[in-house]
Write a protein that binds this ligand. Structure first.
Ligand SMILES: Cc1cc2nc3c(=O)[nH]c(=O)nc-3n(C[C@H](O)[C@H](O)[C@H](O)COP(=O)(O)OP(=O)(O)OC[C@H]3O[C@@H](n4cnc5c(N)ncnc54)[C@H](O)[C@@H]3O)c2cc1C
Length: 491
């Protein structure tokens, strides 16, 4: 039997916000000898998908005061911002002491890079960080190691043996529309990944553009088109044609939620929330104050909803939840409003029926929503798929996750929100066994929580996960798997 290395070896796969902040927490808190391996396939560490945009018009959708990487130091990001010489140069003015400002996502990426750098510089000698540029393409429980350790296969270079691995692989591009001809999807008229800035830049400035989706990703895309001087008309389409609402100032408000009397149906949550909104209005507050007062309880509310109620929420309330919860910064909303007002952007409600390749473009056929809607057909120059991140792991083409599913080390959750994990992030395998060594954090771990998308939730998860990973006992013999029943739901 191989002897256990004296250091605890932890691999973090993916160095966006989640992976980088988890690494920073491990460097800060590990009391025993620990080596942290942070592995990222992209050229830059710390930025991930959200914070790697080069466009300064792409601002955070959360105010600066709520974007600290550290839950125990809420003003950390603000102090960092104020210490920057050029703050305000691309962020629409100085950030006020209240932190009520929406700064660029690129700047936030620089902050996370500094968080990681500083944590590395301040780490005690018994904790080390190694950053590797590589894609992890496969992962297996290593029986040759004699202790059930993890072997990671990298796309380039040798494999890596560790004791624990955390998948922080983030957000995925939307799946293509099933009604599109394969020729459309294969053509350069279809932009499959809405964050592919090069593909957006290649769109003919006079081309009519159809954007699938009317959420925050559509908003990003429209701003990018505008900033590159796009002149053609832009139509954004979604089933209901709902735009994200705009942020407004909120005030502290006491939510209806009481841990001892949690609602067990979506209807009860809505009734209570409406009552809160009425109370807030009576007190002279905006509805957002009541809505935001629920934020600390999202996980508890979700946990108390039976599976059928969760399903009901996703079927009926999700589109409304998304636009009310994930809002636009006021300056962004103002630009979108003016584009709509001057006819440059049209928001349509309807269902895409077909995308057909023509010699000079793509023909889109749409059934408009509502009784008088009917069918409309347009020739367009480019289609951008901005329908939101894909979270159904049955549809995501990611070599590592595919291999985990094939090996039975992971399974999608029954509601197709991400990977099936415990509240600690431990992966649940195909047979219901809870892994003691494999974890998933960030948006892929959404199923037990519903909201595990934005920084205020992710930073808490990273803090708790770091504590958990450094506290786990690592025995010499293979750990017996725990078992979790699969909750039966009809698909
Ligand atoms: C466009 C966009 C804008 C957003 N804006 C905000 C905002 O303003 N405020 C907010 O709070 N939240 C925002 N979010 C939510 C976002 O989910 C989180 O803030 C956060 O960025 C998620 O970070 P992550 O590290 O989990 O995921 P990601 O940022 O997606 O990072 C995952 C990383 O893993 C790497 N990776 C994946 N697979 C492998 C592999 N096999 N091997 C090696 N590396 C791998 C990827 O290259 C990537 O760098 C936004 C999300 C998006 C998509």
């Amino acid at each position: 039997m191989a002897s256990r290395p004296s250091k605890r070896r932890i691999a973090i796969i993916g160095a966006g916000f989640t992976g980088s902040v988890l690494a920073a927490h491990l460097l800060r808190t590990a009391e025993e000898p620990t080596s942290v391996h942070l592995i990222e396939r992209a050229p830059s560490v710390g930025t991930g998908l959200a914070y790697s945009t080069p466009n300064s018009a792409h601002v955070l959708n959360v105010r600066a005061y709520n974007m600290s990487a550290f839950p125990d130091d809420p003003r950390h990001f603000l102090r960092w911002l104020w210490a920057q010489d050029d703050v305000g140069s691309d962020d629409g003015g100085l950030v006020p002491p209240s932190g009520h400002a929406f700064v660029s996502r690129a700047r936030y990426g620089a902050y996370i890079q500094d968080v990681l750098r500083n944590a590395q510089a301040a780490a005690p000698p018994h904790v080390s960080l190694t950053v590797t540029r590589a894609e992890v393409v496969d992962l297996a429980q290593d029986m040759n190691d004699g202790d059930g350790g993890i072997r990671l296969r990298l796309g380039t270079g040798p494999s890596l043996n560790v004791d624990l691995a955390a998948l922080c692989v983030g957000n995925f591009s939307p799946s293509p529309p099933s009604v599109a001809e394969p020729e459309v999807l294969a053509s350069d008229r279809f932009v499959a990944a809405p964050w592919d800035w090069q593909a957006l830049a290649a769109i003919d400035a006079d081309a009519p553009v159809l954007i699938l989706g009317t959420g925050l990703t559509m908003v990003d895309t429209v701003l990018a088109l505008e900033d590159q001087g796009h002149r053609g008309p832009v139509v954004a389409l979604s089933r209901r044609g709902l735009l994200p609402v705009v942020h407004e100032e909120t005030r502290p408000f006491k939510s209806f939620v009481h841990p001892q009397v949690m609602p067990h149906t979506v209807l009860d949550v809505l009734i209570a929330l409406k009552a809160d909104v009425r109370r807030a209005r009576a007190a002279g507050l905006d509805w957002r104050s009541a809505f935001d007062a629920l934020r600390p309880y999202h996980h508890l509310l979700w946990k108390n909803l039976p599976m059928e109620e969760r399903r009901r929420f996703l079927r009926h309330a999700r589109p409304y939840w998304e636009i009310l919860r994930h809002r636009m910064a006021p300056e962004v909303a103002a630009r979108i409003d003016s584009l709509v007002a001057n006819g440059r952007l049209t928001i349509r409600a309807g269902r895409l029926r077909a995308l057909r390749l023509l010699p000079d473009g793509v023909q889109a056929t749409v059934r408009a929503r509502g009784a008088e809607g009917g069918i409309w057909t347009r020739r367009i120059g480019a289609v951008i798929n901005a329908t939101g991140t894909e979270c159904d792991f049955g549809r995501i083409d990611h070599p590592l996750v595919r291999s985990l599913l094939e090996r039975g080390l992971a399974r999608p959750d029954p509601l197709r929100l991400g990977l099936d994990v415990t509240e600690d992030g431990a992966l649940i395998g195909e047979d219901g066994a809870v892994s003691r060594r494999l974890f998933a954090l960030g948006p892929v771990s959404r199923p037990p929580f519903w909201e595990m998308t934005a920084v205020p939730e992710l930073r808490n998860q990273c803090t708790a996960a770091a504590r958990h990973l450094i506290g786990l006992p690592l025995g010499i013999s293979p750990l017996p798997p725990l078992r979790m029943p699969r909750t039966r739901v009809s698909q």
